[in-house]
Design a protein around this ligand. Sequence first.
Ligand code: TYR
Length: 296
Amino acid sequence: MVDVMPVPSAPAKLGRLVVVGLGLIGGSFAKGVREKGLFDEVVGVDLDVESRRLAVELGVVDRCETDLAAACQGAAVIQLAVPILAMEKLLAQLAKLDLGEAVLTDVGSAKGNVVRAARLAFAGKVERFVPGHPIAGSEQSGVEASNARLFRRHKVILTPQESTDPAALALVDGLWRELGADVEHMEVEHHDQVLAATSHLPHLLAFTLVDSLAKRSENLEIFRYAAGGFRDFTRIAGSDPVMWHDIFLANREAVLRTLDAFRDDLDALRGAVDAGDGHQLLGVFTRARFAREHFS
Ligand code: TYR
């Protein structure tokens, strides 16, 4: 008998990944996972015919399906990457299908409303739903901006529930790590409050500032001088309006809490400018600079 060296077998692929919503995030996830060869096939679903065409043309997915049920039948993982308010309807549609052993996950920027919608749609049976949020993106949107490396060295926050199946959680966690993300787990409420402060409020400020100055500026003259701080605000204000409209409606309470606190501080700063209180201004600016030095 000759000893035969065992042939190392390629790791088993995971079956089919379905990505619903071929925007920047859904597209980048699909592309990244596809390039890693983790699934037998990556299938895209999107209402927009042009996004479906581009997704195939750009190699973001293997193919697209127009029928959600056909795409999800027998899928291993279903990634939901539609704007947050469209999630409710989508979850209700999915709950009517036989999803078998499929693991469901999402990328919504706020988690409370998605988790509530999932519980409602699936009558509380959400063991195989793993809510998630990649803290990545840009002011660009659409499948044409998809980038397989978008999540590298970016945080992805998963907000599992007590009932979440540990195997489903481990699977989703592993997929993001494969894309180079730094995965953390967090309570839903904590996630929504932290993100209201670090992402939602800054976007609100950018949108308001740019709109407020633009509508008062003759012939949009201000944009000709947007070389300084204003340029950074205009980049953020260039983000997808529908996506952000959804985020603010979905995360209302947390946004209002952080906005009210900020408004108090802004009023105080206004008071200092009005009173010519340079001491207070210096105090705020110095603390802010110090805080940033610790961060960067
Ligand atoms: N805020 C990021 C940027 O300025 C992109 C981003 C958007 C990240 C929404 C997370 C998120 O939920 O480019």
